[in-house]
Design a binder for this molecule. Structure first.
Ligand code: FRU
Length: 515
C-alpha cells in the first residue's frame, strides 16, 4: 500500500515542493535552459546570424570528443534563442596537400542579401557567408592563422569552402577571429580581426566579401595581460539621441589568472575605431570567472544587439567535471543597451526578454523581513534550474547573504557588503571544486552601489551555470558550479541589523523546453 502510494505520488510528480530533494540526475550538470552541445566539446559561439526568421548558432566544437581538438563549427538553430534544434556539423577540419591540417577556428557569418560575393545564384537574397580562421597545424606546431570564407545557399545545411581561400593572410600565427558586418553609411563590408599577441584589432573593408583591404589598427589599451581574442564592433543607440560604437574584446578579467572580456566605447567612422577615453582603467563586461568569447548576432530583428558568451574559462575548461558525454555551455543570450545614469553612460546586459515567458511561478512574496541573527530565511522551493528576481533593502544590515544550490555541506554564496557596496560571488563551497587548483582559488567581486536603498538581483541558475544580473543588468557575474548534494535550497540572512526582501519572484525552469 505504502509503496503503491509512493509510486503514485512520484508518477504524478506531486511531492510538495518543500519536501522535494532533486534526485541526482544521470547527467547532473547539464543545464536545462542554457544551450549545451548534444555531445562532445564546445567553446566559443561562432557565426551568429539571423536569417529567414531563424537564429543560427554555430560554435567551436570537437565532433570526436569532449576535450578541445579537431575544431569544427557545430550548428543549431532556433526561432526564439531558447528552443534549439541541433543540426549536423557545418564546417569540419581538413587536410592540406602538404600534410598539414586546418582546423576551423572562431569567426562570424553574414546574410549576403545582394549577392555581393557573386557566390550565389543570380537573385538569391538569403545566401549565408561564413568567415572562419583557418588554424593550420603540422605535428602539433602552428604554421599559420588566416581568414577564410565558406558559403551556403541553403541556410547553413551545406557549405562550400571558397576556392580562393585564404581571403586574408598576413603571414602570422596569431591572427584570428574575423567578425564581419555590413557598414551601411558607406555600403561596404567591414572585418575586425585580432592580432592576438599584440593586443590589437585590425580592420579591413570589402565590396564583395572576397577581397579585403586594410583600413586601420587599434589596441594595446585597457587590459593587456592576456592575448586579445574574438573582437566584435557594433553600434548602440544612446538614450536621448545619437549612437556609440562598442568594441568587445575577449582578454581581460579583474582577476589576472582568468580570462574575461572588456569593452571600449567610442566611435567608428567606417575606417577606424576611436575610443572615448584612454581606458587606463579597463572596463570589464562580466565580473565572474566564466564568461568568455562573447559575440553578438548579425542581422538580428528590430536592431536588437544580442550577445552569446561561453560559460567557461580556458584555465580549467577541459577539466570541468561534466563527464565524457559533453563539455561546455552558453549563457542565456543577453540584450545589450546603454543607460544614462548619474555616473554617465552605463552598459546594460539583460537576459533575453523571452526567457520571462518560460516556466511557471513557484514563489512570489513581498515585504519579508530578515532579522539579524535570526534563523536563516528559506524560500519554499528547492531546485537547480530557475529564474529568481528579488529586490533587497539592506536597511541597517551590514551584510546580506544569499545561498543558492545549498545542501548540508555546500552552497554557492552571493554576499553583499553594505558599507563597501561590494557584491561577491563565492563558489569555494559550491560542491566539486578540486578538479583544478584555480577553480575555487578566489571569489569574484564587483562594486554595486545601492539604488534608492535597494539592491535588485536577477539570478539565472541552471544546474552548473549561475548568472547574476545586478541593478537591472548594470553589473553581471557568471560562474560555473558543480554541486554534489543536489538539495537545491535557497536561504537568506542579514547580519549586523535587520533587512527586508521588498519583492521576490521565482520561476521554476526545470522542465525541458519542447522544441
Ligand atoms: C577563444 C579562442 C579563439 C580561437 C578559438 C579556438 O576562446 O582561443 O581565439 O579562434 O578559441 O577554439
Amino acid at each position: 500500500m505504502k509503496i503503491r502510494y509512493l509510486l503514485l505520488l512520484s508518477a504524478l510528480g506531486s511531492l510538495p515542493a518543500r519536501a522535494q530533494t532533486a534526485a541526482p540526475a544521470a547527467d547532473p550538470y547539464r543545464p536545462v535552459y542554457h544551450f549545451a552541445p548534444p555531445r562532445n566539446w564546445l567553446n566559443d559561439a561562432n557565426g551568429l546570424v539571423f536569417s529567414n526568421g531563424v537564429y543560427h548558432l554555430f560554435y567551436q566544437h570537437n565532433p570526436l570528443s569532449a576535450a578541445p581538438g579537431h575544431l569544427a563549427w557545430g550548428h543549431a538553430t532556433s526561432p526564439d534563442l531558447l528552443r534549439w534544434t541541433n543540426l549536423p556539423v557545418a564546417l569540419s577540419e581538413y587536410r592540406n596537400p602538404d600534410g598539414s591540417n586546418t582546423m576551423i577556428f572562431s569567426g562570424s557569418a553574414v546574410v549576403d542579401a545582394n549577392n555581393d560575393s557573386g557566390l550565389f545564384a543570380p537573385g538569391q537574397t538569403d545566401g549565408l557567408v561564413a568567415f572562419y580562421t583557418g588554424h593550420v597545424e603540422k605535428n602539433g606546431a602552428t604554421l599559420a592563422q588566416h581568414q577564410n570564407l565558406a558559403f551556403s545557399p541553403d541556410q547553413g545545411l551545406s557549405w562550400t569552402r571558397y576556392a580562393g581561400n585564404p581571403v586574408l593572410d598576413i603571414g602570422s600565427k596569431e591572427f584570428r577571429d574575423p567578425k564581419v558586418f555590413w557598414y551601411a553609411p558607406q555600403r561596404k563590408w567591414v572585418m575586425a580581426c585580432v592580432k592576438a599577441d599584440r593586443q590589437q584589432i585590425y580592420l579591413y573593408q570589402s565590396a564583395n566579401l572576397r577581397d579585403w583591404q586594410f583600413m586601420s589598427r587599434w589596441g594595446r589599451a585597457g587590459d593587456t595581460v592576456k592575448e586579445w581574442e574574438c573582437p566584435d564592433l557594433f553600434e548602440l543607440p544612446v538614450p536621448g539621441g545619437g549612437t556609440k560604437w562598442m568594441l568587445l574584446i575577449s582578454s581581460g578579467n579583474p582577476t589576472e589568472q582568468f580570462r574575461g572580456q572588456q569593452y571600449f566605447l567610442g566611435q567608428f567612422d567606417g575606417q577606424q575605431f576611436t575610443p572615448d577615453q584612454p581606458y587606463e582603467e579597463p572596463a570589464y563586461l562580466d565580473f565572474g570567472k566564466d564568461y568568455f568569447a562573447a559575440v553578438t548576432f548579425n542581422n538580428a530583428p528590430a536592431n536588437r544587439r544580442l550577445l552569446v558568451g561561453w560559460t567557461n574559462d580556458w584555465a580549467y575548461a577541459r577539466d570541468i567535471p561534466t563527464g565524457d558525454a559533453w563539455r561546455g555551455s552558453f549563457a542565456v543570450p543577453r540584450e545589450l543597451s546603454l543607460r544614462a545614469t548619474a555616473a554617465g553612460l552605463v552598459l546594460v546586459q539583460q537576459p533575453l526578454a523571452e526567457l520571462g515567458t518560460l516556466g511557471k511561478e513557484a514563489v512570489s512574496l513581498k515585504n519579508q523581513s530578515l532579522k539579524a541573527g535570526a534563523a536563516d530565511y528559506e524560500l519554499p522551493f528547492r531546485g537547480e534550474s530557475y529564474d529568481l528576481e528579488l529586490t533587497l533593502e539592506p536597511g541597517k544590515a551590514q551584510t546580506l547573504t544569499l545561498n543558492l544550490l545549498q545542501s548540508e555541506a555546500e552552497r554557492t554564496t552571493l554576499r553583499y557588503d553594505v558599507a563597501r557596496q561590494l557584491l561577491t560571488l563565492d563558489r569555494r563551497e559550491s560542491g566539486r571544486v578540486d578538479f583544478h587548483p584555480l577553480f575555487a582559488l578566489t571569489t569574484e567581486t564587483a562594486r554595486v552601489p545601492l539604488q534608492n536603498g535597494q539592491l535588485r538581483l536577477r539570478l539565472l541558475v541552471d544546474k552548473s551555470v549561475v548568472e547574476v544580473f545586478a541593478q537591472d543588468g548594470e553589473t553581471t557575474l557568471t560562474d560555473l558550479v558543480f554541486p554534489r548534494q543536489h538539495q537545491g535550497r535557497i536561504t537568506l540572512q542579514a547580519a549586523g541589523g535587520p533587512a527586508r526582501i521588498a519583492r521576490l519572484s521565482l520561476r521554476d525552469l526545470s522542465q525541458p523546453l519542447a522544441p
